[in-house]
Design a protein around this ligand. Structure first.
Ligand SMILES: NC(=O)c1ccc[n+]([C@@H]2O[C@H](COP(=O)([O-])OP(=O)(O)OC[C@H]3O[C@@H](n4cnc5c(N)ncnc54)[C@H](OP(=O)(O)O)[C@@H]3O)[C@@H](O)[C@H]2O)c1
Length: 398
């Protein structure tokens, strides 16, 4: 089916996924506000969108590949804020994509027609480059990339590193997760080194809990020569990381930290694995029950970093205990524009993502989101948007 159709104004329409406040309300009513029963696939629906005019600094892209991202689940569940409602009743989600440039505005110098590019989700950099808001989420008027075509500002694009050794699906897995992992790592390492300088301790113990961002975080830690531990419930994902020398810990052996006994047993296992030291750096993108496990696992002077709250937004901890152990808790968000370029330069050499075994079609995107939320995937979920791929990426399709 063609992506395009002429609209009444003579403009161009593109198929794009939308999340509406109306669909959220209907699904919430159906399940009596029980978020565990919400069917995300019934909320994310195909829509048509009129593309904006290409302004002097804009680039039009044909979207080739996207990956499923959790903030779409947050938007559909309305579990953080009801972002669709706050943005007037409808959002067009999707904040990472690989695309082909099809048109450039007259003032665009970095890109030309035919280039293969990545989008990023830093929606509005603050004075220091960190995002005030996220593209296709809380950035006003931002239109996402779960669409067949899009018009974006040139500042939102990075050249895709087609020679990096990754295939197209692996490249598509990284635009959101790699910069996040890169940012988490440089923050955690910087804070740890204020307390424990390199000359006193060169090799760190680094722990992260399941998920794509955490996997990349550990690849970076391992690349820098540290001991890395991956606590996940998925045997496939643990096996994939073991090939990088990253030690797997089965989270289900500790009942996903359902009660204090499980957390204590996990603490004991961590002590065993680290010869009594514990983890100098912990990455926890989930919170909820995972948070207590991360605190127990921390070494003296440990640093706990997070940019996610997949299981819970609120945490409580014993401030006296954390002070005595001198633990630092840090909260990060997406990267700066410079950091995004730096993270992209590590595709293939450091970041080698694990991909889910099904590549979803564009029409199956809602199912990909639902299966991600239900934790049924064994790697990062990828959605093929374009049927016919440009020549430049054809050799990269497995
Ligand atoms: N602020 C930012 O800039 C930013 C950027 C990217 C992501 N995030 C957030 O970070 C979080 C993780 O993102 P991601 O892309 O890494 O996710 P992901 O690749 O989809 O992984 C999520 C992982 O969480 C683990 N998990 C699921 N349910 C669990 C449970 N009940 N208990 C323990 N572990 C469970 C699963 O691993 P196992 O089954 O293997 O244990 C799953 O693979 C999301 O909330 C996302 O929104 C934030």
């Amino acid at each position: 089916m063609s992506a395009w159709s002429a609209n009444q104004n003579g403009g161009r329409m593109s198929r794009a996924y939308a999340i509406t406040a109306k669909a959220i309300a209907a699904e919430r009513a159906r399940v009596d506000d029980d978020l565990d029963r919400v069917d995300i696939a019934s909320i994310i629906a195909l829509d048509e969108l009129e593309l904006a005019d290409v302004k002097p600094h804009d680039v039009k892209i044909r979207v080739l590949v996207v990956s499923a991202e959790h903030n779409i689940a947050h938007a559909a569940l309305a579990d953080t804020v009801n972002i669709a409602d706050l943005r007037g009743g409808k959002i067009y989600p999707g904040n990472s994509a690989v695309g082909e440039v099809t048109e450039v505005g007259p003032d665009v110098t970095r890109f030309k027609v035919g280039d293969i590019v990545l989008t990023h989700c830093n929606g509005a950099p603050d004075a220091h480059g960190y995002p005030l808001r996220i593209w296709a989420y809380d950035q006003p008027d931002s239109v996402g990339w779960y669409a067949e075509e899009a018009v974006v500002g040139d500042w939102q694009l990075v050249h895709a590193p087609l020679e990096c050794g990754l295939n197209l699906w692996e490249i598509g897995a990284l635009p959101l997760r790699a910069p996040t992992a890169y940012h988490l790592w440089r923050r955690a390492e910087g804070m740890l080194r204020v307390k424990l300088p390199q000359e006193g301790l060169s090799t760190l113990n680094v722990l992260a809990f399941g998920g794509g961002v955490s996997e990349l975080f550990l690849m970076l830690a391992r690349h820098r020569g540290h001991n890395a531990f991956f606590c996940s419930g998925s045997p496939e994902r643990r096996t994939a990381l073991e090939s990088f020398g990253i030690v797997g810990i089965d989270q289900k052996q500790f009942n996903r930290f359902a009660d204090r006994t499980d957390v204590k047993a996990f603490g004991k296992e961590v002590k065993h694995l680290t010869a009594g030291t514990g983890m100098h750096i912990v990455c926890d993108m989930l919170r909820g029950p995972v948070f207590a496990a991360g605190i127990v696992a921390a070494s003296r002077m440990g640093v706990n970093v997070s940019a996610g709250w997949q299981l819970a937004m609120m945490v409580t901890y014993n401030s006296a205990g954390a002070s005595a152990k001198q633990i630092t808790l840090d909260h990060t968000h997406y990267e700066t524009l410079v950091g995004i370029e730096a993270a992209t330069s590590l595709y293939g050499s450091v970041f080698k993502p694990t991909i889910h075994n099904e590549i979803y079609s564009f029409e199956d995107l809602p199912r990909a989101m639902a299966e991600m939320q239900a934790n049924q995937q064994i790697g990062i979920p990828i959605i093929r948007v374009a049927d016919d791929m440009p020549e430049a990426v054809q050799p990269l399709i497995p």
